[in-house]
Design a protein around this ligand. Structure first.
Ligand SMILES: Cc1cc2nc3c(=O)[nH]c(=O)nc-3n(C[C@H](O)[C@H](O)[C@H](O)COP(=O)(O)OP(=O)(O)OC[C@H]3O[C@@H](n4cnc5c(N)ncnc54)[C@H](O)[C@@H]3O)c2cc1C
Length: 402
């Protein structure tokens, strides 16, 4: 009998737990260690923050899902590894420490925002790293919306996260414009680079910028934040940007506590360094994938921290582990990028395809954005459940009062 312990039930970890839970032999055990009770698809955290997320339909309870899909959910946070005794050290919700034995360990705890040690960012900005932070953000936004007058929101970082958040908040504010008691939100999207979506093709940046301008988002390019205080930010050239609510959505890194945990190799962004098989360089029984892993490719590049990459690596590792339990060799993970889709509000998205040669935009592309989430749902819960959820959601949107 082997026990496979997966840490983190996000885009990657939940897929592995579900796939393995349904496919390993009965005598093998699959345990998902995750501190949260419910799974939310992280690329939709900005919708939770803007109050447009439907948690009834789009979240999943690990405990009952595990019972149906052959894995056990152990609610706890990983804090350390004892590699010598093959034990994971965790902290339970009541604060007690515990250990869990493993034969194989998969670490998929994701990443957090990187504030690049900017003074005051941690204390005075909201982050979208966890469902709780996203819900806290919504509480603040909802209070702001009810407070009337013109209100300002600063968002640092015009990558996918910051841009999607800015668009969603702008749409919410526009929808409430007829209510004279609702605040009008002025949104500053602040970016150190010379364009939004700095890591995407120029055409994608241009399209995104013009759409955001239509939504009256104030885009501030070439603007680097030096420090953050309560209700204001100061740029490196001394300009002060006041705001009622401030978000930090620039850059990512793995959490600091992951750095060299249990003697495993990690890089400057605290990500665990793995072989192309996803096994860590220092320990063949410990694997890592998703945003917390540095995954090399044969051409010298590294797999990008994207939901799509996390999902593909998860499917690969699940198959690899099943084969490995049957005594077969591990195969390398070869990542083929399917492009990028960025949602700008509920009815519009921009996408790159064919190695960035093709840039598409519009309502249909927004459906493509949803498809990535639906494919995740299909892997995790099956085609039948995914289809039922789509139908229920359509009906709910059609008949529910606005
Ligand atoms: C607002 C927003 C918008 C985004 N938009 C896009 C997009 O449009 N396209 C795209 O490709 N990507 C997008 N991303 C990035 C995408 O969400 C990540 O690349 C993806 O979720 C990474 O998957 P993962 O499994 O590595 O980590 P996650 O999905 O973050 O899952 C990590 C899991 O580990 C759990 N965990 C953390 N620490 C511990 C611990 N100590 N012990 C136990 N469990 C732990 C967490 O609770 C979580 O459930 C977006 C991210 C955000 C925040």
């Amino acid at each position: 009998m082997s026990r496979i312990v997966i840490v983190g039930g996000g885009a990657a970890g939940l897929e592995i737990a579900s796939l393995l839970g349904r496919s390993v032999n009965r005598q093998d055990e699959v345990v998902l260690v995750e501190g949260e009770t419910h799974h939310y698809w992280k690329p939709r955290f900005h919708e939770i923050a803007a109050g447009t997320f439907d948690s009834d339909l789009d979240s999943l309870c690990y405990f009952s899902h595990g019972a149906k899909n052959g894995y056990m959910h152990y609610q706890a946070w990983m804090i350390d590894i004892n590699r010598q005794d093959k034990q994971l050290v965790v902290r339970k919700p009541n604060g007690e420490a515990d250990t869990i034995e493993y034969d194989y360990l998969v670490i998929a705890i994701g990443a957090i925002s990187n504030d690049f040690a900017t003074q005051g960012a941690k204390e005075h900005c909201l982050f979208l790293d966890t469902p709780e932070q996203a819900r806290d953000s919504w509480h603040q936004i909802s209070t702001l919306l009810r407070s009337g007058q013109e209100r300002t929101i600063n968002i640092v970082g015009a990558g996918a996260t910051g841009l999607e958040l800015a668009a969603e908040l702008a749409k919410v504010s526009a929808k409430l414009a007829k209510n004279p008691y609702a605040a009008k939100l002025n949104i500053n999207l602040i970016e150190a680079a010379d364009r939004v979506l700095p890591n995407s093709p120029q055409k994608m940046s241009d399209l995104a910028q013009s759409r955001l301008e239509q939504y009256q988002v104030n885009i501030m390019l070439n603007t680097r934040i030096a420090s953050v205080e309560a209700s204001r930010m100061t740029t490196v050239d001394g300009k002060i940007l006041t705001a009622d609510v401030q978000f930090w959505a620039a850059g990512i890194k793995a959490p600091d506590w992951l750095k060299n945990i249990g003697g495993l190799q990690s890089n400057n962004a605290n990500q665990l360094v793995v072989e192309q098989t996803l096994a860590t360089t220092a320990d063949a029984s410990i694997f890592s994938l998703g945003d917390c892993a540095a995954i090399p490719q044969a051409d010298g590049t590294q797999v990008p921290p994207k939901a799509q990459a996390a999902n593909r690596a998860a499917v690969h590792l699940a198959k690899n582990l099943v084969a490995h339990l049957e005594g077969k060799a591990l195969k390398p993970f070869v990542y083929k990028d399917g492009g990028m889709v960025v949602a700008i509000g509920h009815n519009f998205a921009i996408s790159t395809l064919m190695n960035d040669r093709l840039v598409l935009k519009g309502r249909l592309v927004r459906r493509l954005y949803d498809t990535i989430f639906r494919l995740h749902q299909k892997t995790v819960s099956g085609l039948f459940t995914m289809s039922r959820l789509i139908i229920i959601k359509r009906l709910k949107c059609m008949f529910k009062p606005a």
